[in-house]
Design a protein around this ligand. Structure first.
Ligand SMILES: *Cc1c(COP(=O)(O)O)cnc(C)c1O
Length: 455
C-alpha cells in the first residue's frame, strides 16, 4: 500500500461477526456485583427482573472470549458500520508532530455517538424474549437517542428518563427521541416513588444520571413485561462496544499499523472499554508493550480522584452494588460542567484494569478540552462531541510530547461522536464565558462518607 488514506473502511465481509469479551483474558476478575439487600454476590437469576435473560447471561459471563453477533444485529450494524478509521494528517501537520495519529469515528449515525452499538443489541434481545416495553435514563441525550432509534427499528415502546437540566438545555435531543416515538420524562419526576422522594428532599434539583437510573429501574421492576437497559458501565455494554476496537484493530492490521498508545474518553467506560478490548488482550496475553489512557473531566474525576470501593450504580441506592472507582453515588457534578461524562462511577472491568496497573488515567479541565475541540474541528472538519474532545486533548498532548522527544509514536484515539447538540457549551466557550470547576477534597469527602460500608 502506498500512502495510507485519510479514511479507511473495512469491507462488509471484513466486519467482525463476534464480539470480544475481555474478561475471558483478564488475569484477575473484577469483584462480583452484590445484591444490596443480602450483600451476597449476585447470580444470573437475580438479574432477570431488571435485564432480559440473554443480557443477564452476558453480564455474568466472564469465560466466553468470543460471542456470536446475531445476524439481525449485524444487519442493523451494516446500516451505519463499519465506522471509518481516520488518519489525522491535518492535525499532525498543525501540531508539527512526528507522531502518527489515527482516530476511530463513531459519529456517523443519527444518535451521533457509539451508543447505538449497544442500543441495537439490547433492543434486539428484549424483542427476542418477547418483552413489551423498555425503560432507560439519559444524561446528555445520546443514549436516549440511540435507544429510541433501536427501539423504533425493533418496534418496542420506550420510556426515557432524561436528567432535568439536559431536558431543559437540549430540547432538540428530546425532539429526536420523540420522533422515534419514545416517551421522554424529565428526571426527577413524580412518576416514581424514588423521584418523588428526591423532589421532596430537594425540589429545585437539576437531577443527575444516578437519580434518572433509579427512576428507570423502578419503572422497569414495577411494570409487567418491562425491562431496564443501560448505555454504559455494565459488562454487557463493554462487550457490545468491542466492535469499535475489533474494527479498528483489523483496519490497522490491513494498513500495516499498530498503536503504541490508545486513548479514549471515560464516562462510564463503554467506548474506552470497547476500543481497547482487543489491544488490551494483546497486552495481557501476548505481552505487547502498549499504553492505554483514560481521559476524564477534572470536574468528575472518578479514576484519578475516586475510591476503589463497592458502591451503588445509582443515586437512589436501588441497583446492585459494584466494586469500581467511584466518587460516591451521592456525588453530583457541578452544574457548570458542560462536557458530558458526568457519571459518579466507572466500569468495573476498567476499574480493575486501572487498579492493577494496566491502564493510566488523566483528568482535564473543560476549557482545555474545548480548546482542543476547536483546534480539531478547524483542521479535521468534524465538530467533535465535548466528551470525545477529552480524548482529543490527551492525543494532542501525547503528540506534542513526541514533537519534543522526536519519537514517531502511533497514537489511536476514539472519536466517539459529534457535538451538534452541544452548541450551548460551544457558545459559552467561544464567548469566553466557560469556567472550570474542580471539586475540593472536602466536596469529595462528603460524597465518600456516604459510600456503603462494606470492605
Ligand atoms: C456517552 C458518551 C460518552 C461516554 O460514555 P462511555 O460509556 O464512557 O463511553 C462519550 N462520548 C459520547 C459522544 C457519548 O455519547
Amino acid at each position: 500500500m502506498s500512502k495510507i488514506p485519510y479514511r479507511f473502511y473495512l469491507s462488509e465481509d471484513q466486519m467482525p461477526k463476534q464480539w470480544y469479551n475481555l474478561r475471558a483474558d483478564m488475569p484477575e476478575q473484577p469483584d462480583p456485583m452484590l445484591n444490596p439487600a443480602t450483600l451476597k454476590p449476585l447470580s444470573e437469576e437475580d438479574l432477570y427482573p431488571i435485564f432480559c435473560k440473554e443480557l443477564a447471561h452476558q453480564e455474568m459471563d466472564s469465560k466466553t472470549a468470543y460471542i456470536d453477533i446475531p445476524e439481525e444485529i449485524q444487519e442493523m450494524y451494516r446500516i451505519y458500520r463499519p465506522s471509518p478509521l481516520i488518519r489525522a494528517y491535518n492535525l499532525e501537520k498543525e501540531l508539527g508532530t512526528p507522531a502518527k495519529i489515527y482516530y476511530k469515528f463513531e459519529g456517523n449515525n443519527t444518535s451521533g455517538s457509539h451508543k447505538l452499538n449497544s442500543a441495537i443489541a439490547q433492543a434486539y434481545y428484549a424483542k427476542k424474549q418477547g418483552l413489551t416495553s423498555l425503560t432507560t435514563e439519559t444524561g446528555a441525550g445520546q443514549w436516549g437517542t440511540a435507544l429510541s432509534e433501536a427501539c423504533a427499528y425493533f418496534k418496542i415502546p420506550l420510556t426515557v428518563y432524561m436528567v432535568k437540566c439536559s431536558y431543559n438545555q437540549k430540547p432538540y435531543r428530546k425532539a429526536v427521541m420523540q420522533t422515534f416515538d419514545a416517551d421522554v420524562i424529565p428526571s426527577p419526576s413524580d412518576t416514581t416513588e424514588v423521584g418523588r422522594k428526591i423532589l421532596a428532599d430537594d425540589p429545585d434539583t437539576t437531577g443527575s444520571l444516578g437519580c434518572a437510573i433509579s427512576e428507570a429501574v423502578e419503572k422497569a421492576t414495577t411494570t409487567e413485561g418491562c425491562r431496564y437497559v443501560l448505555g454504559s458501565v455494565l459488562n454487557q455494554v463493554l462487550l457490545h462496544q468491542s466492535i469499535i476496537g475489533l474494527e479498528a484493530k483489523s483496519a490497522m492490521e490491513i494498513l500495516g499499523e499498530y498503536p503504541d498508545i490508545v486513548i479514549g474518553c471515560a464516562g462510564g467506560g463503554s467506548n474506552l472499554g470497547g476500543l481497547i478490548a482487543p489491544f488490551m488482550r494483546d497486552k495481557l496475553v501476548d505481552k505487547k508493550n502498549i499504553r492505554f489512557i483514560a481521559v476524564e473531566p477534572a470536574s468528575c474525576p472518578s479514576l484519578t480522584r475516586g475510591k476503589y470501593a463497592y458502591d451503588f450504580c445509582d443515586t437512589g441506592r436501588v441497583t446492585p452494588m459494584a466494586r469500581m472507582y467511584t466518587l460516591g453515588c451521592g456525588f453530583i457534578p457541578s452544574a457548570n460542567h458542560a462536557g458530558g461524562l458526568r457519571y459518579h462511577g466507572m466500569s468495573p472491568i476498567l476499574s480493575k484494569l486501572y487498579h492493577d496497573g494496566y491502564m493510566e488515567a488523566v483528568a482535564y479541565e473543560q476549557t482545555k478540552v474545548f480548546e482542543a475541540a476547536k483546534l480539531f474541528a478547524r483542521v479535521e472538519t468534524i465538530l467533535p462531541a465535548p466528551e470525545s474532545s477529552h480524548a482529543i486533548r490527551a492525543a494532542v498532548d501525547e503528540a506534542l510530547k513526541c514533537k519534543e522527544s522526536g519519537e514517531e509514536k502511533t497514537i489511536l484515539f476514539g472519536l466517539t461522536g459529534t457535538g451538534y447538540f452541544d452548541m450551548t457549551a460551544y457558545s459559552a466557550y467561544n464567548e469566553g464565558k466557560m469556567t472550570d470547576y474542580i471539586p475540593t477534597d472536602e466536596d469529595l469527602r462528603k460524597a465518600f462518607d456516604m459510600l456503603p460500608k462494606i470492605d
